[in-house]
Design a protein around this ligand. Structure first.
Ligand SMILES: [Zn+2]
Length: 387
């Protein structure tokens, strides 16, 4: 794998994966074999009568899944916050201001250091089965630093989100004007999405609306860090704007749940953040039972969730959020694709990007049944082995 996570579409070899012990494709018809050609799923069917292919991968007794879609990460940053983590273990609660420590370290780091660090984490993510990755800015908080973080992120993934509205620098209203104006102007060419941290200690609903609407007017998909540390207006704002996702969603009223469902906003749940900060988990069952589109993501960042492992997130979702193993895998694949509004990832129907994971296990249940065990035997990106 090179520095880009995405589709390898210039393959001159076709790959047959057959037979497969258990295939989770999210296609309607059951199948136990598939062919990847030109980087895409070209055929799904029975291993009894497979078409010819240049290469065959035997996955008998193994489970094959779509590659995970991690739709919420903050991978470009300087330094780490191990000291803060240790202090938290000793009883100090998480507050939004911890972000400032990473902002200082990020501004002090040169481009090469930041790029190398983010690439290392992206490679780590691929090794645990992630084949589509979103990366947010948000540790620069100046026009130039936010722009350079997005430029670095866009060398790693096509899904880059401008998060200038992470925490305010100085007067919150004046800073909001900067984010929605000059900073957005500089960052939009390097971003596909825009995000804002709607929370006490960060930005209020009016400030977030100004930033997100300005980004939306430039064609960026809207995401909101919403209702993470307490009840608040973030989820309702996401619904009002027709956002692609509302992320965190820990503190929800029944009206919030209904608003997400009615507006078709994907709720992105990040249980590794709650795990790392010893915070209450999001009400996944209420969301699923109400028919809300749910995604799981790592929220990989140095402050509150320093993991790239989607299998770990899936294990937490089953153990702590009350999701079934298949619901968790669906949220980690199709759910993430919905949050990124990218319809050709997160599944293995014909036409999908040929990104898949072979588990050294007979079913996806083992991801939560055997927590902490590396079950990812093989990752294919567009048919090409990533490992
Ligand atoms: Zn986040």
């Amino acid at each position: 794998m090179t520095s880009t996570l995405h589709l390898v579409d210039d393959l001159d070899r076709s790959v047959l994966v057959s037979p497969i012990g258990m295939l989770v494709s999210w296609a309607e018809e059951p199948a136990d074999a598939l062919v990847i050609e030109d980087g895409r799923v070209a055929w799904l069917g029975s291993s009894a009568r497979p078409p010819a292919a240049d290469v065959r991968i035997d996955a008998s007794g193994r489970c094959v899944l779509p590659g995970f879609v991690d739709c919420h990460t903050h991978l470009v940053f300087g330094g780490d916050r191990a000291d803060e983590f240790e202090a938290r273990l000793a009883g100090r609660p998480y507050a939004a201001g911890g972000i400032r420590a990473t902002v200082a370290a990020t501004r002090a780091a040169d481009d090469t250091t930041l790029r190398t660090g983010a690439e290392r984490l992206a490679q780590e993510a691929v090794r645990s089965g992630t084949t589509t990755l979103e990366i947010k800015s948000g540790y620069g908080l100046t026009v130039e630093d936010e722009r350079r973080l997005l430029e670095i992120a866009s060398t790693i993934t096509p899904h880059t989100t401008f998060l200038g509205a992470h925490v305010p620098e100085g007067d919150a209203d004046a800073y909001t004007d900067l984010v929605a104006g000059l900073m957005l102007e500089a960052c939009a060419p390097h971003a596909t999405g825009i995000d804002a941290f709607c929370e006490k200690g960060a930005f209020d609903a009016d400030q977030c609306r100004r930033v997100l609407s300005a980004g939306q007017a430039k064609g960026l998909a809207v995401h909101v860090h919403a209702n993470q540390l307490g009840p608040g207006p973030g989820v309702q704002l996401a619904a009002e704007l027709g956002a692609a996702s509302a992320d965190h969603c820990t503190y929800l009223t029944d009206d919030d749940v209904a608003a997400l469902r009615d507006a078709g906003v994907t709720a992105v749940l990040v249980p590794a953040a709650e795990f790392s900060t010893r915070s209450p988990y999001a009400p996944a069952r209420r969301l699923l039972d109400a028919g809300v589109s749910v995604a799981l993501a790592s929220d990989c960042n140095p402050g509150t969730s320093y993991t790239t492992s989607m299998p770990f997130v899936i294990a937490l979702a089953c153990r702590e959020l009350g999701m079934t193993p298949l619901e968790a895998v669906r949220a980690a694949t199709l759910g993430g694709a919905a949050a990124l509004r990218q319809p050709d990832v997160g599944h293995l129907r014909v036409g999908a990007q040929g990104n898949l994971v072979v588990l050294d296990a007979p079913s996806p249940t083992h991801l939560s049944y055997r927590p902490g065990v590396d079950l990812v035997e093989r990752v294919l990106l567009g048919g090409r082995g990533a490992l």
